[in-house]
Design a protein around this ligand. Structure first.
Ligand code: DX5
Ligand code: ZN
Length: 226
């Protein structure tokens, strides 16, 4: 996966919730690949974003896959609802799943791609015995719960570790980076082995989001020095 062109997934968390359709259309018309949808429950993370009825409304207008990041405790309770609300990729947190193998099987059973997110403090080696069953690993490069936070530099090490761990076992594994992604760090993230870049505030707080998405899409890791 790291050989093909990378995926850009703007995070709807940073959109204008009072004018969601405008921002959905912007993403539809942009060079973005996916919609990143952040669902928070006020328990797993100290914030509440929006729930499945809102996601379902988004899915009626979105013309690209919905990449759903569940920041909720016991996500098994909502996998079917998540699928029914339009999810193509469902990512659960490692820290929220006691029986992760079963949860990933349930996601695939629904016909979705299965993702696992790791908090900044959660070591990649904890995925050693499950890496073959994962479609996407979402490495949190900020503490989940809020947009607009500062990128945690240690994330680069985690990308490299994960890529090495998956080599020969799951070469199709997608590595997604979520939090604090900008044009400053995108090149190095891709060069280190990331495939998917989530960007919220960097896209939506920019003067021209369409151009910002285009710029992120056009980042060329082969021209990156480190
Ligand atoms: C954080 C969310 C992110 C967030 C990223 O909990 O998972 O997807 O929207 O926002 P930025 O790009 O602003 O760090
Ligand atoms: Zn997210």
């Amino acid at each position: 996966m790291s050989h093909s062109k990378h995926v850009i997934a703007p995070s709807v968390l940073a959109a204008d919730f009072a004018n969601l359709n405008k921002d959905i259309q912007m993403i539809n018309e942009s060079e973005a690949d996916w919609f990143h949808i952040d669902i928070m429950d006020g328990m797993f993370v100290p914030n509440i974003s929006f729930g499945f009825p809102v996601m379902q409304a988004i899915s009626r207008h979105a013309r690209k896959p919905l990449d759903v990041h569940l920041m909720i405790v016991d996500p098994d309770r909502y996998l079917q609802t998540c699928k029914d609300s339009g999810a193509e990729i469902i990512t659960v947190h490692y820290e929220a799943c006691t029986h992760l193998h079963r949860t990933l099987a349930a996601i695939k059973e629904l016909g979705c791609k299965a993702g696992v997110a790791l908090n900044p403090h959660t070591p990649t080696h904890l995925l050693k015995d499950i890496v073959q069953d994962i479609d996407l690993v979402c490495l949190m490069s900020v503490n989940p719960g809020f947009g607009g936070q500062k990128f945690i530099q240690h994330t680069y090490h985690k990308i490299a570790e994960l890529r090495a761990m998956a080599a020969g076992i799951n070469d199709a594994l997608m590595i997604e980076i979520d939090g604090g992604v900008t044009l400053e760090n995108a090149g190095r993230l891709l060069k280190t082995g990331a495939d998917v870049l989530v960007a919220g505030s960097f896209v939506f707080n920019s003067a021209t989001p369409l151009d910002t998405i285009k710029a992120l899409k056009e980042v060329d890791p082969s021209r990156q020095e480190i």
